[in-house]
Design a protein around this ligand. Sequence first.
Ligand code: GLN
Length: 451
Amino acid sequence: AHLARIEAVDEKVHAFLHVDREGALAQARAVDEKRARGEELGPLAGVPLALKDIFTTEGIPTTVGSKILEGWIPPYDATLTKRLKAADVVILGKTNMDEFAMGSSTENSAYGPTGNPWDLTRIPGGSGGGSSAALASFQAPLAIGTDTGGSIRQPAAVTGTVGVKPTYGAVSRYGMVAFSSSLDQGGPCARTVLDAALLHEVIAGHDPLDSTSIDEPVPPVVEAARNGSVAGMRVGVVKQFRGEGYQAGVIQRFDESVELLKGLGAEIVELDCSSFDLALSAYYLIAPSECSSNLARFDGLRYGLRTGDDGSHSAEEVTSLTREAGFGDEVKRRIMLGTYALSSGYYDAYYGSAQKVRTLIKQDFDKAFEQVDVIVSPTTPTTAFPIGERADDPMAMYLADLCTIPTNLAGNAAMSLPCGLAPEDGLPVGLQIIAPVMKDDRLYKVGAAVE
Ligand code: GLN
């Protein structure tokens, strides 16, 4: 049924870069056979899923939305892919994304944009717009995203779906193509809080192949999602998350959510986190710096594309020509910014300062979580904007992650879930819930209460 749905609508939506029809049917049949033999089934047996094209899949193309990996077929599965298969999930295919997960609209994909199912002339968010659009257009009931600065939560917000960035280190990064390694985190996307929890439980957990993986039990997210409640909880509202640049209808729906939380028995606490105003600036030094280092491996020798290999160029020239042809504008911009910020003489002024701001943000969160159990905010300052509107204005594009970035810098967990439609444009608004490190279960408890 989901493959038929993809066939019917994805020409218009363009959520998928690759549909693995045969593989999906084979996985589904394998589940049926297991069931017929009376064998024990995985926890998500037979449930179809759309996988962001940033996770390696053995034998299935993995492009990361880039021409530089066009035609590359990974020889191995990411840990996350392995876990999905072990849970008997049916992987439908790989979803569209901004190239190397750099962007907030999926317009930076080298394979063309994805439309927002609510209005195909608008962006579905990014970088994981394909995964969220697949959910919102009922092409898959579950999807996977990755969130470096908001790429799970912001697409969830603008497509009216649920997305969770788990605590940094909760979901293995092994086999997830690196953008900014100290920020990148895979996580679940779904249409309901409980569905997200069921997927969260399958993909999270310690992995010795990822040196930053947390070696602790997964928080009880499913139990929390089944027992939604905020009675007696202290909920923080950060004063920095409103004001200029926020759409009136977004603020209106957010304020209503706060009223709802109060009505359900939560105590609301106003918080002042002044360092959050610096988060975007710090992020756009740290993320490009790490990206400039991570993307050095795409040299035209090891993976995918190779340009200028006709005997008339040196190896160094082949690398330059390959990178020139294979990377898009935004990726090149970030590599240049990052290389500059890391260069000797500028390192302390840029990268060093950004790391200090990162510490301040972490301290603001630590202080906040002495007073509250969770923090809530709008997920994004505005609803989905028209395709093309911010394409030539990187600064305007970067503002889409104003509310999501502090969490990535501090490493704690956050969720976005729908909280109604903005009255002025009828488009979905996202409510963000933020929890302390390894208290991911609180997201689900609160999310299930207000869903
Ligand atoms: N939009 C942000 C960026 O462009 C975040 C991307 C992400 O979370 N992968 O870097």
